[in-house]
Ligand binder design. Structure first.
Ligand code: SAH
Length: 347
């Protein structure tokens, strides 16, 4: 085994120079992958956790340069799911074995705290054995607290990049790196299991930025880390930017598994979009979560964060079966428990 990978596995840390070497050279890839898979097996065996993704609104007040549902994209046909429609997705998901529901959407002012809490408590009441995850952007401490008290236990909010300078190149001036990071610390303080993360290969991203991201993650200690390649969308200012690389994404997944042995790492939809077997490769590189789509088929094409997004023509049941098949094809087993983070303790 290469000394560098051994050191990373033992210390769960490296110097900046060492991280740079691993992230920029192919020669470590095989070693990195094998060790990441070994650590993942020590922690989670061959199990893959499921999260059912419900894309409940594509209205957004933000204008992130990379995102297909940004405010200024006039070509999006906007939709919102009603509380009943969301519950219907959960019922379908429950029957398919999902025990985590992720409500993701743009930052849509229609969904006031009252509406969000009403939806969360309705899901919580009907499915007390399920975890509710929210992914709806930056809110106040009070709002996050209210959702938590209504029954949400997890929150996904990628920090996108830990570098304020890089953040400023991906977002308009009214958005701030600091506020986003503060939100993550608020969420942790309230007691959520928190997911942070980045897009790999986003425009202007350098290896130094990625290392800053690793340092930020060490500080935050999230329960989940969501990473996927940046993929361009034709109706955004980044339409001509190059897509993120599969190889670097896989490398980074393995580095994250070695740095954070117990973390939940999804093999994301973006990874499955950049390569037909991207998610399988992600699992083999250390990922242990898949988030199949549970949104009604009628709205799926409207939640286009990037071009060519996969699974937009499928039914939930198809996505569920497809996930099972893909995991099994490489020797992993999809399980239907809530899949809480191993190191998570409620205070
Ligand atoms: N409004 C929510 C949900 C955003 S969508 C929020 O602010 O958190 C979820 C994630 O998709 C984003 O955090 C971003 O990292 C990713 N994403 C958005 N556009 C993308 C693109 N063009 N390519 C790859 N990932 C993208």
């Amino acid at each position: 085994m290469s000394e560098l990978i051994q050191k990373l596995r033992e210390n769960q840390n490296l110097t900046e120079e060492e991280f740079k070497k691993i992230l920029s050279c192919e020669e470590y890839d095989e070693d990195l992958r094998q060790n990441a898979d070994a650590v993942r097996r020590e922690q989670y065996g061959n199990q893959v956790y499921l999260r059912g993704l419900i894309e409940f609104t594509n209205y957004c007040k933000n204008n992130c340069y990379y995102c297909g549902i940004r405010r200024d994209n006039r070509n999006v046909s906007r939709y919102r799911l009603t509380q009943d429609e969301i519950l219907e997705c959960c019922r379908e998901g429950y029957a398919l074995g999902f025990r985590t529901f992720v409500l993701q959407g743009g930052e849509d002012p229609y969904f006031t705290d009252q509406r969000v809490c009403s939806i969360v408590s309705a899901i919580h009441q009907e499915f007390p054995d399920c975890a509710i995850t929210l992914s709806m952007g930056e809110k106040s401490f009070e709002s996050y607290l209210a959702y938590f008290q209504a029954g949400a236990e997890r929150y996904l909010l990628r920090h996108e990049t830990a570098s304020p300078e890089h953040y400023g190149k991906l977002h308009p001036a009214e958005m701030s790196c600091r506020n986003r990071q503060e939100c993550l610390f608020h969420l942790k303080k309230i007691g959520y299991q928190v997911g942070a993360g980045i897009m790999v290969g986003s425009p202007y991203q350098t290896l130094d930025h990625i290392i800053e991201d690793l340092r930020f993650l060490q500080k935050l200690q999230p329960q989940m880390i969501g990473i996927g390649p940046f993929l361009s969308h034709q109706d955004t200012p980044f339409r001509n930017e190059k897509n993120g690389e599969l190889k670097l994404t896989l490398r980074l997944l393995s580095v994250l598994r070695l740095m954070f042995p117990k973390v939940l790492l999804p093999a994301t939809t973006a990874l499955g979009t950049v390569h037909p077997l991207g998610r399988e490769m992600g699992l083999k590189a250390g990922a242990n979560v898949i988030m199949p789509n549970l949104s009604p088929t009628s709205v799926r094409k409207k939640y286009m964060l990037y071009d060519n997004k996969i699974c937009t023509g499928d039914e939930s049941a198809q996505c569920r079966q497809c996930t099972e098949r893909r995991a099994a094809s490489i020797g992993y087993e999809v399980v239907t428990d809530r899949g809480d983070a191993k190191d998570f303790r409620r205070e």
